[in-house]
Write a protein that binds this ligand. Sequence first.
Ligand code: PLP
Length: 423
Amino acid sequence: MNNLSEIDEKNIWHPFTSLESADTPILIASAKGVYLNTDDGRKIIDGVSSWWVNIHGHSNEVIAKAIAKQALELEHVIFAGFTHKPAINLSENLLGIFPSNQSKVFFSDNGSTAVEVGLKMAIQYWHNKGNPKTKIIAINGAYHGDTFGSMSVGERGLFTDPFAKHLFATSFIDFPKEGSEENSFEQFKTIADNGDIAAFIYEPLVQGASGMRIYSATILEKILSYAKSKKIICIADEVFTGFGRTGKIFASDHMETKPDIFCVSKGITGGVLPLGVTSCSDEILSAFKTADPAKTFFHGHSYTANPISCAAANASFELLMSQQCQESIARISNQHKAFAGRISKHLNVLSAKSLGTILSIEIKTNEETAYLNSKRKTIYKFFLNNNILLRPLGNVIYVLPPYVISSEELNLIYRSIEKFLDQ
Ligand SMILES: Cc1ncc(COP(=O)(O)O)c(C=O)c1O
């Protein structure tokens, strides 16, 4: 252990990490493209895009230059009563690619706050309309963040148990697993028919944290259109699925029915700086368009619409929309699909699926527990020893690389997965 690691151990509390039994964190000195360069000279492929945020590779020059330029012009300014060009340009860029019914953007800091804002917008919509409704429907296994509101609409269990009494009640429907989709729809219908539901929040097409669980666009379409018929506000949490992850710019683009509220973060700045955005439709806005101060949306954060984050997001947007990036997304999607087809037949694989740039492989296990599955540590270590960062969710190995990964680098990851499964 070197001096920096000792100071780290003494001073720093790392996220999702035990204070007692965790391994010493790996010291990263620099990163470029898909590689994380350790202090002691290793090059590790970032197969998980550093918690699903990085899309254009690490230390991307275009984004770095945009940040440096912005930092010398305007680093930050209060966003109530003031505005600035990077935020205005970003609003144009985002509304140009968000579902076409989205009308205004609201800035915050991260995925949890983007969701928190979405939930508050939905609940206050009904309050402002003079028809207070507070009940939310969500899907079992959901993860929407770590603030109290976002925890309340997420899976109850390991992550939320200590706070259970402080979380608001949510109605959960079963995850629409292949073969039991209609059952989930019927559950949704029964709850929706009560007529007192404010909103439905969902991770479109794939639940990330619960194990990269992919589900069908057809059933989500059916649920969304039923929700619409019951005037239930649909909140799409695209924090993970946004900006190309599922093969299209947004997972919501796989469906016809559009969400009323739309939450993004993670990939928005290319994975370089924190930023959250929540947008909504004209219908949602209509409840707030009044001079009555009691109907104002009283929400904001010190760093709302930070100009440097917005500049990074604008640079990332240009890169994302380029032909080169779109071709890379298509190439990764094709490679993943072919590999998923092949590896799903492996003796030790329960199922293998892909959706765009997301590949998810569930390994056979005798254990019930998902997240704390004992295979997790073995898998993590095996790949790290091979200089590949894959951070399994329980017994699920997933690969979601920055889009700049080459075919060869992706094949190297696949070969390593095969090696792991063969042992
Ligand atoms: C779907 C989804 N929503 C919200 C969040 C929370 O985002 P953040 O970690 O930026 O607060 C995550 C994080 O993984 C997520 O996957």
